[in-house]
Design a protein around this ligand. Sequence first.
Ligand SMILES: Cc1ncc(COP(=O)(O)O)c(C=O)c1O
Length: 397
Amino acid sequence: MLKPPHPVARLAYALAMWINPNNHALDGGRATSAMEKEAVAQIAAMFGWKEFLGHLCGGGTMANLESLWVASQVHPGKKILASAQAHYTHKRISAVLQLQCESVACDARGRMDVDALARSVARGDVGTVVATMGTTATGSVDPLPEILALRKEHGFRVHADAAYGGYFGLAGNLGEEATRSFACISEADSIVIDPHKHGLQPYGCGCVLFRDPSAGRFYKHDSPYTYFSSAELHLGEISLECSRPGAAAAALWTTQKLLPLVRGGEFARGLERGRAAALAFYQRLEKDERFVTAFAPELDIVIFAPRARSMSEACVFSRRIFDAAARRNLHLALAELPTDFWAANLGSMHRDRETMTCLRSVLMKPEHLDWIPRIWNELSEATSEVLRGEGTSRPTR
Ligand SMILES: Cc1ncc(COP(=O)(O)O)c(C=O)c1O
């Protein structure tokens, strides 16, 4: 998940570094604290929130830690549930917070299985359900409307981990199910989004938001030395981290001035182009006998594997194609994903494993759409090179 920060973000960050403001306290970064509050309010408004509590932080991990920490204060000792495809950070964070974290099974498209969730929450010991709004491996969006319906019945918190996918609520070209889920994200109790992923920011820019501003009570401390300058709330009073780069706020604020977070705007069009690129890439893969696809991308991540005699053989070929593509400067990723995701398309391939090592591409740069023919060429040549080297007759669908 890589894309360069917007030039204006780089410039604003670099200029702010002359002072190196610290957004821990107003005394440390007056202008950049104001910028942070404004930029975060714009992100909250994108989710439909006028009243909220939120701030920037180091990234998705810190932001999720803070969300689950608040969740643990609201429901002490109760379990955290996240899907089997949720980011691994939730298990680690739960361990830090000494909370039990349980995995909920996914359906064949990598989304939380609502029936499995219903069975788990019926036990009554669940404090928080993490809904992933775009999983890291496949960009699958958990079914938020159904999760919220279960909350009504069982009273758990819903935390939306939208670290990667959060901005896609602005895109006008999502499928029906993802659109439904993003449409009700404002009903979540907390939301995490990473401006340093899709928000065109340098690393070190995550954001956490709470629907109930009174979550601020959990941060209370009685330090005698930090906050002398005004009666107004300092960012350090509502954040687990203390010192933080004001430069990150300056970069985000400036970027959002130039590219407001609105549907139909230039920023939204960039997301739409990434999604269109993912769909175009997926369609080419689907038509080509050399590849097995799993399911259509919900956001801008595509997963695929080379067709082989068995899943084990496909795992080996995936790694070889990964290397051959990198030699051509096409940098893909590898992922290990359950057989269920592929089952409908494996054809005569021998199912000798529970997971398959596959190739993965995140088409998150707006330029990717124009580059699809070139990307396809490089992939095609890398794949032919690997399969030719094998010298065996290829299985078909
Ligand atoms: C859904 C999700 N949550 C959390 C994280 C962790 O975020 P970070 O790497 O910014 O700490 C990621 C990172 O890819 C993610 O995709």
